[in-house]
Design a protein around this ligand. Structure first.
Ligand code: SF4
Ligand code: SF4
Length: 460
């Protein structure tokens, strides 16, 4: 397994702020001594990267130290932002090589939370919504196709919603757990392997998009899949690990070639001289850039649950859902539950945000003290908008403000989109009509579903 998160031994002061936030006790060391990450325990959530405040400075580390660290981390010479002791390994060089190679088709997809984060790196207020500028910026970088992982989030709902209904009807394993957060999946595999059958077999939107890009996408765009270099822009440091899991090759090759974080997209835009805030509003490319409000809210805690309920309700009852905004599953609390009436069934749902909050919930489920049909878990404090790969916040008071502003911007985008339910996405309907045929069908099982490992340590 390649290293995703690391601590620079020369920069770490041993303040142990990261130790306090780590959800899986993966940071080891004595106080005031450089800390080390135990890779067999790290779930790669990147929250230590967000928290660390010890950076390279001329006063402490001498002239030339900044350039040396920047080079060692594979960052371009245009990067001038502070470089901290805790960091994620960057793959920008691979993307630059692909963009410069005329024989390579570079196709990019970005996650919902990126569009409420990226503008902050260019000095815009916290939580500025920049969906159109994001599409334009990716195009200016020279990507041949500018698709959107939100399209695949709508497909995820078609599959995961159908899977939940199937489990409810056929005595399947319940509660079903969401599986789109790879740090949560790894946490469960490491700590509760006996519960892994609760995880939805539906892949995450990133991996669904990856598998579709090199099959359906290649077919519709008349492109040789072997020529496609698929790049994913994520608010998350764990998505690089997810894309490298050995099972994520259902298209016949690696489904997602490389992942950049929102921060690294900022570096790339600056390297190429793209004046992000002056860009016009543009659209993502069709068909794999078409998305609904339900897909957009995957970026916030409770969003996957709400998106699944919007579709599940209508698939089960055949009636329009009375209120598209399902406020009962929203909010900042680390664990919340709701009873949702779906036809004759009272669906018991739970939402966990922040991986530190999940242990008591899993223990209660195991002890039979808690009864649920469906549980959403997101590792980061308020879902992906607060991910380890989002723009770095330096001042402590900015954390809560940024979380709130990015969450609100996500809901604004949802409300403004013309289609707000995944099953009504016209491009997703076309995908099922012309390629997948039906949710949970043969092609879906081959490309869009996966299984989980009882021992991820032996797995890599
Ligand atoms: S990435 Fe997350 S799990 Fe890994 S050391 Fe940092 S805080 Fe802990
Ligand atoms: S990695 Fe950063 S937050 Fe963690 S102990 Fe070192 S200096 Fe402190």
């Amino acid at each position: 397994m390649s290293v995703v998160i690391a601590i620079d031994q020369d920069l770490c002061t041993g303040c142990q702020e990261c130790t306090k936030i780590c959800p899986n006790l993966a940071i080891e060391g004595l106080p005031r001594q450089p800390q080390k990450i135990n890779d067999t325990k790290c779930v790669m959530c990147g929250q230590c990267v967000q928290k660390c405040k010890s950076y390279v400075s001329v006063a402490e580390h001498g002239f030339g130290a900044y350039a040396k660290v920047r080079k060692a981390r594979g960052l371009p010479a245009t990067v001038t932002e502070p470089l901290f002791a805790a960091y994620n390994v960057c793959h920008l060089d691979e993307v630059l090589r692909a963009l410069e190679d005329p024989k390579v088709e570079t196709w990019v997809q970005s996650a919902p939370a990126v569009r409420v984060g990226i503008a902050e790196d260019f000095g815009a207020p916290l939580g500025t919504l920049a969906a159109g500028k994001l599409a334009a910026g990716l195009r200016r970088l020279g990507f041949n196709k500018v698709f959107d992982v939100n399209y695949a989030a709508d497909v995820t709902i078609m599959e995961e919603g159908s899977e939940l209904i199937d489990r409810l009807k056929n005595n399947g394993t319940l509660p079903m757990f969401t599986s789109c957060c790879p740090a949560w999946v790894r946490y469960l595999e490491l700590n509760y392997p006996e519960l892994r059958h609760h995880l939805s077999t539906t892949k995450s939107p990133q991996q669904i998009q990856g598998a579709l890009v090199k099959t359906y996408g290649a077919k519709t765009q008349k492109t040789d899949p072997k020529k496609i270099f698929s790049v994913s822009i994520m608010p998350c440091t764990c998505k690089q690990y997810e894309s490298g899991r050995p099972e994520m090759v259902d298209s016949g090759q690696r489904d997602v070639d490389v992942v950049l974080t929102t921060r690294e997209l900022g570096y790339l835009l600056k390297l190429k001289g793209v004046d992000f805030l002056s860009l016009p509003e543009e659209k993502f490319d069709l068909p794999m850039g078409d998305y609904t409000g339900a897909a957009e809210i995957f970026g916030v805690t409770g969003g996957v649950m709400e998106a699944a309920l919007r579709t599940g309700y209508e698939l089960v009852t055949g009636q329009p859902i009375p209120a598209v905004d399902i406020k009962a599953v929203r909010g900042p609390n680390g664990f919340r539950t709701a009873d949702i009436q779906v036809g004759e069934l009272t669906l018991k749902v739970g939402v966990v945000t922040g991986l530190k909050n999940v242990k008591p919930v899993l223990e209660d489920l195991k002890a039979g003290k808690l009864s649920l049909h469906f549980l959403e878990v997101m590792s980061c404090p308020q879902g992906c908008v607060t991910g380890g790969g989002q723009p770095k916040l330096i001042v402590e008071k900015d954390f809560e403000m940024a979380y709130k502003a990015r969450t609100e911007a996500t809901y604004v985008h949802d409300r403004e989109l013309p289609v707000r339910k995944s099953h009504e996405n016209p491009s997703v309907k076309k995908l099922y009509d012309s390629f997948l045929k039906k949710p949970l069908g043969e092609e879906s099982h081959k490309l869009l579903h996966t299984t989980y490992c009882g021992d991820p340590k032996s797995h890599h």
